[in-house]
Design a protein around this ligand. Structure first.
Ligand code: BTX
Length: 323
């Protein structure tokens, strides 16, 4: 309930200080008995409170498992994650997100789970996520942009995830067009952008991303474990998913606002800074043809620009790039 989250955030604001039951009751506009009931529910989630006569209450411990309230507690965003849908297990956060968005879920709604039974990538490929080693998340966004601008958003998301993950883990991360993140030549994350749009306007975007966080090599399926990796494998550190999620959401919100202020150019520059195989020869496979070409950059509409062997530049909107 929203009163419960308000209660947690008020207590969190106080830090080590006590706040009186009277004060809580005034700020939340509920009775002291109701507050006490909410606290009992929160204890079941792993929160611990301390109470002292004449002083009131303070929060002394928050649970470290992932759920709606632990993600919200200490989340420093203004609109991203005000609504969070969490379940221990989901078919795919994308599917749940589409469902919620159709029913009118707000811009900034976050859907996340500890494991997906049918995680998917582009073109119905499987995204292996039936374990709690990763972050599996979808965001519902309702930007006021024309549908053709949505491909910029995919590149924006890639840049934002890279910068956030680099900042908090210290690792070096590259972007493989259009939507994969790589560390040391291995895939660590994939991004899937889906949208519901009319001719002129976007109804909603669903940004899905999966990040391998704490899996060991053995925990990744054998079909992919030579080509993929996790933050833990690259850093010898077990990462706290809850903290990473809160940092990601906070960084994402800031970057999103900045993108709408400054436009695509800064994103493009950052993208190029992190581009994997820039100016190198790769193999391009589109629906129509296959050829070798050199990666030259990206275009404002999100297309990849490659230079073919005969010197011609080509803009690519949909393709698999390999080497
Ligand atoms: P993609 O089609 O570019 O990549 C899918 C390919 O990546 C697979 O065919 C496989 O080779 C490889 N792969 C599968 N699982 C993993 C993994 N865990 N780590 C590394 N490589 C893998 C990329 O699609 C977009 C993926 C988006 C996933 C998120 S998770 C939250 C949301 N819900 C959902 O169902 N999908 C998105």
């Amino acid at each position: 309930s929203s009163k419960r989250y308000q209660l947690i955030s008020i207590l969190a604001e106080q830090g080590d200080n006590y706040i009186s039951g009277q004060m809580l009751s005034e700020r939340l506009q509920i009775s002291r008995t109701a507050i006490w009931k909410h606290m009992n529910e929160l204890k079941k989630d792993g929160y611990q409170f301390e109470s002292a006569p004449k002083k009131g209450y303070r929060l002394i411990k928050k649970p470290d498992n992932l759920n709606e309230s632990t993600i919200k507690w200490g989340l420093k965003t203004n609109w991203l994650g005000k609504q969070i849908e969490f379940q221990e297990s989901m078919t795919s956060t994308q599917d749940i997100a589409h469902d919620l968005a159709r029913k009118g879920a707000a811009h900034g709604t976050v859907i996340t789970t500890n494991n997906q039974l049918r995680g998917r990538g582009r073109m119905d490929r499987t995204w292996h996520s039936d374990n709690d080693g990763g972050i599996w998340m979808s965001l519902i966004l309702r930007p006021d942009i024309p549908p053709h601008q949505a491909s910029q958003i995919t590149l924006f998301v890639a840049v934002t995830l890279v910068e956030s993950l680099e900042r908090h883990t210290g690792l070096d991360i590259q972007i493989k067009w259009p939507n994969d993140l790589f560390i040391n030549g291995k895939k660590i994350s994939g991004i899937l952008t889906e949208m519901q749009a009319e001719l002129e306007s976007i109804q909603y975007l669903i940004i899905g991303f999966g990040i391998n966080v704490n899996q060991s090599m053995e925990q990744l399926p054998s079909e992919i474990n030579k080509r993929s990796t996790s933050l833990r494998m690259e850093s010898d550190n077990n990462w706290d998913k809850l903290t990473l999620i809160q940092q990601l959401l906070h960084d994402f919100e800031k970057a999103y606002e900045l993108y709408f202020e400054t436009g695509f150019e800064p994103i493009k520059q950052k993208w190029l800074k992190h581009a994997y195989k820039l100016h190198e020869l790769v193999h391009v496979k589109t629906f129509q043809e296959e050829y070798d070409a050199e990666i030259k950059g990206i275009y404002d509409d999100g297309a990849l620009i490659v230079t073919k062997r005969n010197g011609d530049d080509e803009r690519i909107y949909s393709a698999d790039i390999t080497w």
